[in-house]
Design a protein around this ligand. Structure first.
Ligand code: HH2
Length: 271
């Protein structure tokens, strides 16, 4: 068999933060972050997602200067050494994204879908970048305070349609846009499960769907496992999301997911 492009892409998480919910403090040092990113790339990450601000529930915002200081040297070092993986900046701030793109990032992962900084859409358009538009209810500081929806899937779908229309109106070509239900962002366990079960309704929007379930608390609620012991749960949730049509998978543990999705892709007939 020749090399076949897999029907999935894995986004490896590199958090250069002191307080991320599962790996905070481990990769705050730029050399450690670069080494970790290289490992994830070797394990098969197609995208490396660099973040300098935690978005965990209750997290406090980080000033742009500090966020830049955490991520730009990492992106510079990865770009200088050459990467097969695409470099993504996980930020909500124009100033941080600008510096990251100047350093070599070509993907903007904005958990506010250009609501925090609408001008970020213009940067994505002007520089020909890819982007992920994610659904979040409220902001990280308060998003888990009793989230309520009419119907979570319809509400998320309407939100993503509206944000996609906004991005396109700002000049971002539709082919550059990926969509994300924002698992864990202003959602109860039941909301997260409903979104995963009915992911096909978001896939029907016609853009690649990205899911970020890695080690998240709804998996802890289901299994009773602590954050560092949720790999099996993470793999199961990602495989089910693949079966329902997701194409991109944001995770901390790339190698095991690559195996799991390789088996899923060889087995599942997707819509
Ligand atoms: N989840 C987190 C951060 N960024 N981006 C997208 N597109 N989708 C997600 O589900 C998503 C995201 C939260 O996870 P993590 O980066 O591990 O933690 P923290 O925000 O505490 O740094």
């Amino acid at each position: 068999m020749g090399a076949v492009t897999p029907p999935f892409r894995i986004m490896g998480i590199v958090n250069a933060t002191p307080d991320s919910f599962s790996d905070g403090g481990r990769y705050l040092d730029a050399d450690a972050a670069v080494a970790h990113a290289r490992e994830l790339e070797a394990e098969g990450a197609a995208i490396l997602d660099l973040g300098g601000e935690s978005t965990r529930p209750g997290a406090e915002p980080v000033p742009a200067d500090e966020e830049r200081r955490r991520v730009v040297p990492v992106i510079e070092a990865l770009a200088a050494g050459g990467t097969r993986a695409q470099l993504s900046i996980d930020t909500t701030k124009l100033a941080v994204a600008q510096a990251a793109v100047d350093a070599g990032a070509t993907y903007v992962n904005d958990v506010t879908a250009f609501r925090h900084d609408p001008d970020l859409a213009g940067l994505v358009a002007d520089r020909g970048l890819d982007c992920c538009l994610m659904h979040m209810r409220g902001e990280p500081r308060t998003m888990q305070e009793a989230p309520v929806y009419d119907d979570v899937v319809s509400d998320v779908k309407a939100f993503l349609e509206e944000r996609m229309a906004f991005a396109v109106a700002q000049g971002v070509p539709e082919e550059r846009i990926q969509l994300d239900p924002g698992i864990g962002f202003g959602k109860t366990v039941a909301h997260n499960l409903e979104l995963l079960a009915r992911l096909g309704e978001l896939v029907a929007l016609g853009r690649p769907v990205l899911v970020g379930v890695s080690r998240k608390s709804f998996l802890g609620a289901l299994t009773g496992r602590a954050v560092d012991d949720r790999l099996a749960a993470t793999l199961a949730a990602n495989v089910l999301a693949f079966e329902r049509g997701a194409e991109l998978f944001r995770v901390h543990d790339v190698a095991p997911l690559r195996d799991a999705l390789t088996v899923a892709a060889a087995t599942v007939r997707r819509p």
